[in-house]
Design a protein around this ligand. Sequence first.
Ligand code: CU
Length: 381
Amino acid sequence: MAGAFIIEGEYDDTLRAFYKPKGGLTEQVLVIQQIGVSSRLIAPREDPRPFLSINGRRQPVIQMKPGEVQLWRFVNAAWVSGVQFFDPKSYDPKNTTEWRQTARDGIQLSPENYARAAKDNSPFLLSPGNRVDLLVKAPAVAGRYDLRFADAISTNTPQDKVNDPILLTIQVSAAPSVDMPFPSEQDFPKLPSFLKDIDPATIHISREVTFNTKETPVQDKPDLIDETINGELFKDQTISQSMLQDTAEEWTLVNTTRPPPGVAHPFHIHVNPFQVIEVFDPNDPQEQDPNNTECYKIDDPSTWKSCKPPLEKPYVWRDTIAIPAARGTDKGDVPGHVKVRTRFDDFPGQFVLHCHILIHEDHGMMQLIQVVPNKVMIKHH
Ligand SMILES: [Cu+2]
């Protein structure tokens, strides 16, 4: 079972006010789900994986006027598949559908990050658990336009965009074109002060959290599969991480799962979101550029970090992110990682972090963690 809560605020009001004199903003909540059978909670390895539905329908049709902009809020509630979005023009030159990201995981982008994402029809991965808000602009010419996606369980770039499955179809009516604009950076909702960047000087503790899938073949029986965090399966009644309330931390999320299966585990933590500071995907060809001496060397762990330009500030807030899989080589494995910063604000108590591929979570890839009130204890005798 999955659904969506929409919590509205100034962000929504500002976008609606921008579009009110331009014909109004039609909004769609689109919950992606995936119904399939899995024996013993093991993901089917065959291709394709169980199909995706949106709001219970396979490949639904969304009606739009020519040039109309709508606000689509996607929730990826699929239990295993990541949904890789890429520019429709890459598989159909006539499909001039455009989008702009406006929020990730229920948190608005800053105006700067909204403007950065507007440089292209930016491709992005919606892992299980991720949400995204998109302003989507329909082509100006009447017709049917498919939005295709790649089923991405690792973060490998899809190769065959033309034959990727259809997620949904936009039906553009024959009405006169309305040619609605996207908001400029100045018109975009201002970032609330509580979403400003975490000051690195306030980082109280750094930790490393390592995700791993290990498959052990057993003769005449199905493989044994361990889905572990820091080498351990979920243990009820055991606190695996303790954090002080109202303090900031930097976490390095490491993925040592090497192909096959090379899974990008979507890290998800409850209660407080985090800012993504750094992403390192050792399987990304750009990270293996032989002409760039900054790129990592397989046999030197001190070089295992990204040689791409650093992510720009302000950093994007998320609560779920796919940790790139390790690269397996005959000289050894190079793990993928993501660095995040977070503040454990306001709420003391116990909650969980877990992989958002539900079969991994159910196999043990989850931790019970707690936030402890940050108070001086005074004892009276
Ligand atoms: Cu996982």
